[in-house]
Design a binder for this molecule. Structure first.
Ligand code: ASP
Length: 365
């Protein structure tokens, strides 16, 4: 889908239509005074863990009720982390190559200028709450694996043996059966075979494409202009045990500056880490770019850093997707990606209620 079509759809489908400025740039932004807004990846509206409330609604309700912005956002993403139907986050997230679910999360509190993160955490369904506890109770930013789990235990989190659901375990068994690790003579070909089989399972509809690479990033601002953000994920499906993606890396999967805004990411974490692109988005906002252009500029940076043939399509563009969810201090927002079709959305909740808005693509699909 072209950007032009996306813009037309946007104009026709939002309550802001009458307010939209004449330029295409302004049309892709949702202008406001300082007013509470919560945005997230699309699963922040589709996942409800069997209840009636989604992540963005819960966060918006709490934030407009006076809760701390980060507390509100984390209560929102907890819904997705606990939802066994979302196989990209928390409980029931797709496991690593050994069948173990390991979780990454990062959160950042704009006004307090504090952040916390956990990586490769096993046994806790809500890694975002552990990340918040790292920020609130330690002098550190990032705890990993056994240390993160011990910390979580000491903070009173219950530790479970296994965060697989029957669904995530069955998919892992299928992947294992297909890849047969005895036949991989070196790590590179093993990784490529694993990736190929994973993508085959997506193409066959066994795995939702959003859950192969899947995550939730959620950013919010309250009436005071206080900005916070959180990202939480089970990371790349079937990853090499110990692999950590961009989600818990400050500046990559998330960055917040209370003077400017917030950006977070989903998609191929390795590509995002190389450019610390959420930090870059926030810096572009600081330089005066609108959310859409800031996100697009960061995508361009990632594209220019992607030179390995195995990561490129025939036309020379990236063979993977990266998405950014961008929110300014005054409530403007955008969702951008390398590739987006009519199904590609991000979630928003503001005074007009919860809804999906279209992601804008940098490149033709
Ligand atoms: N960015 C996450 C990671 O690389 C995965 C995703 O968002 O799909 O771990």
């Amino acid at each position: 889908m072209s950007s032009a079509i996306n813009r037309r759809r946007f104009l026709g489908s939002t309550a802001f239509a009458g307010l939209a400025a004449s330029t295409a740039q302004a049309a892709t932004m949702k202008r406001s005074a300082t007013r509470p807004v919560v945005i997230s990846s699309a699963n922040g509206l589709t996942s409800t863990n069997g209840g009636a409330t989604s992540c963005v609604e819960q966060a918006y309700r709490l934030i407009t009720g006076g809760a701390d912005v980060l507390d509100g956002l984390i209560a929102g993403v907890n819904i997705v982390e606990l939802d066994p139907e979302d196989a990209s986050v928390g409980f029931g997230g797709l496991p690593d190559a050994n069948g173990v679910v390991t979780l990454d999360s990062c959160c950042m509190h704009g006004p307090k200028k504090r952040a916390g993160a956990v990586a490769c955490l096993k046994g806790v369904r809500t890694p975002s709450l552990v990340a918040q506890a790292v920020a609130d109770n330690t002098d550190h930013h990032l705890l990993v694996d056994e240390g993160a789990q011990q910390f979580a235990r000491s903070m009173g989190f219950s530790i479970e043996d296994d965060l697989n659901t029957d669904h995530s375990r069955a998919l892992w068994l299928e992947w294992k059966r297909r890849t047969d690790p005895r036949h991989y003579p070196d790590p590179a070909s093993r990784a490529q075979a694993g990736q190929r089989v994973g993508l085959e399972m997506v193409a066959e509809g066994k795995i939702d494409a959003n859950h192969y690479y899947g995550t939730i990033n959620c950013n919010g601002v309250n009436a005071n202009g206080d900005v916070c953000g959180v990202t939480t994920t089970s990371g790349l499906a079937w990853k090499i045990p110990g692999r950590v993606g961009d989600s818990p890396i400050l500046g990559a999967g998330l960055y917040v500056d209370n003077d400017v805004g917030a950006a977070g990411s989903t998609g191929r974490g390795e590509a995002n880490i190389y450019s610390l692109a959420s930090f870059l988005v926030v810096e572009f906002l600081r330089q005066g770019m609108n959310p859409r252009d800031a996100g697009m500029a960061a995508l361009e940076r990632i594209r220019s850093h992607t030179i390995e043939p195995r990561l490129l399509k025939e036309d020379g563009n990236p063979a993977f997707n990266v998405n950014f969810y961008v929110l300014t201090k005054n409530g403007e927002h955008a969702g951008v990606a390398f590739y987006a079709d009519e199904e590609s959305k991000y979630a928003v909740c503001d005074e007009h209620g919860p809804r999906h808005e279209p992601m804008e693509p940098l490149l033709p699909s």
